[in-house]
Structures are given as structure tokens and as C-alpha cells.
Design a protein around this ligand. Sequence first.
Ligand SMILES: [Zn+2]
Length: 390
Amino acid sequence: MTSDLIRPDRPDRRLSRREVLQAGAGAIVASAGAIVVRPGFSKDEPPRPVVRTVLGPVAPEKLGATLMHEHAPIVDWSELFEQQPAPIAPVREKLIADSARLLDAFHRSLAPEDRPGTIVETTPIRVGRYPQLLVDLARRTKVHVVACTGFWCEALAPQHPWAVRLGVTPGGLEQMAALFVREITQGMEDPAGKWGERFTDIRAGIIKIGCSTYLRPSERVCHIAAALASKQTGCPITTHTTKGGGLEQAELLLRHGAAAERIIIGHQGHQDDRLHDEADDYHRLIARLGCFVQFDRVDHEEYGIEKQARQIVRLLEAGYVKQVLVSHDHAPFYCPEFAAETKRPEDWKALEPDYTTVTTKLVESLAKMSVSKSDLRTILVENPRRVLAF
Ligand SMILES: [Zn+2]
């Protein structure tokens, strides 16, 4: 499949899929004129593998315990409803200060050898992901922040119109993959501009995609683009599922070339096979493919701590300790009036989430079920470090 992009040095020749992926830059806007072809990562890259935080590359052994699916400081679905996002500037200091305070509590909950602690910030493109805000937060808190590229799904709101457009445009799939590659290798898009108009030099360190209970067409496009981008860069993929879809996600990503050990199937822990509240067989099927099974809604309604611990223990009993990850899926602030035409600074709702539940209550619960200290460390420290480094 070729794209609509023209090689700058050979205007008579269209770019191949591989060239589009390598180009990254400029491949995002179909009408882009000058395309800078920069294969892969820049020359000033440190020795790989490293973890790409918003403040720069970090050695994997420096992460400490890692919460693999969180949001901070904000989530805002406005653009999914083709509305203006809620204003940030008037409340910026509060968003950052409160989020830093909540994340520092996570840092303090850790034993010295598991510090400083890291969060994977899984707010994808144009749903409240402001790269500079993430940098400012990372400078204020003691924990590392890893940001994501990728588009969210249409489970709870419409698919982002940018993703919809790419999904139905010839060459759009390749452009989406190139967008993800660019955000990983050079820097994330700046939502202050129009779609794909401006970019920062703040890099994403993971690809986030999602599915409804059954995978929908727009979601399939995002999955295939994620697989292509992961295949090229080695970047891990983390997913949202909606009470179902995890196994289909894994199979689709594998079919398009993503490596199993780079795939994290998320939001596990309740009705993941669409049938059973605790879908242990299903988790084992995902793990048998070589992918990670992530229990990342610990203590949410329907995702009680003991219930999550039980399902984790059954995966450990089956021998899959190296494929389990955990988190809360918390957000300090969100804008509940996302579909409204106008939004005021006071529309931001503070949720005051507790980022220490995993490292305190879940750990206690697992220890009571005889999970060893060494297995706990594998889940909280070693597995994240392995999957996030590329
Ligand atoms: Zn989430």
C-alpha cells in the first residue's frame, strides 16, 4: 500500500510504507509540503535500551516501582465531541501542584530500594494530553512520568475525528503509524495547533490504543498503526479494553508484526472474557501468547482489591509472574462537561485519587495470599522496567 506522500528528493516517486514509517516527520498531514526524512532515532540517542520519560531517557534500573496505567494531571474528552477543550491556563498551577502532591504520596509509600517510582501516563492524543504540562508535572514530583502516543477508542465517547479521518483516507493508516513513530522518536504533537500542525521535542515512551467490548473498525485501524510503529521502534503498546476484546487485540497486534513481549493487555480484572467476573482462563490465554496481563484498575468499582489479588495469584500459580503488571487508572482532574460548547476554569473536577493503593493495600492482600517478596518485586519493579525499555 503506498501513501499520498511525495519524496522530497524524488517528487516523481511516491513513498513506500517503509519509507513513510521511517520518515515520521511531516508524514502526518497529507497536504504537507516539505518532508524531513529522519530514519528512526536521532544521533544524540543514549545507548539503548532506555525508558523514554518526558524529561528524557532514563536507565531502566532507575525507575523503581511503576504504576503502568495512570492519568495526571488531566483527562478531557471535549475534542471527541468536537468541542473546545476546557481552559488550562487559569488553573495550571493547581493542576500541577495537586497532582504532584498525590504522586509524591506514591513515592513515599515505596521502600528506598523501590524509589523514586514511575507512572505511565496513558492519556492519548487530544484527550487532555498536553506535553508541556506533563514536563512541568514531572519537574514538580519525585516520580518519573512516561507519556504515550496513540488514539483512544470509541467505547465511552466517539473516536477522535482525526483518527476517524486517517482511518478512511487512502494512506491514512500509514500516516497514523508515522505519527506514532514521530511522537516516539522526535516529540509529541502540541495540541495548541491544528491536528498535526505543531510538535514538541517531548517524546512518548509507550503507545496507547483501546477497544470497545468488540473491536470496531476505527479501533482496528489504530491497532494496526500501533503494531507497525511498535515493530519499527520497539516501543511497547498498552491497551484499554471494555469488558472484552483483550485476546482479539493481542491477536490483531501480533498479526501485524508487534512482538508479544511488547504488548500489554490492560483493564483486566472484571468480565474480561465478557462472561465471568474473574476470567482466569482468559488471562492465561493472553499470557500464553507471550503478552502482559495488566490489572490496572485496582480498587475501582467492580475491581475490588481482593478480587484483583485472587486473579493475579492464579496467573502466578500458572507460572506467569513475569507477565503481570498493575496500576490504578486514576486521574486527579477531569472535565465532566466535555460535550458542552463553552467551559469555564471552575468546570474542572478534582477527584483526589489515592495512588498508593497498589503499593500498600494490594501488596498486603497479595502477601496474605502467600505471594513472595521476590514475586512482588517482579510485578512492581522488574516487569515494568523490562517492558518500558527500548
Ligand atoms: Zn486510563
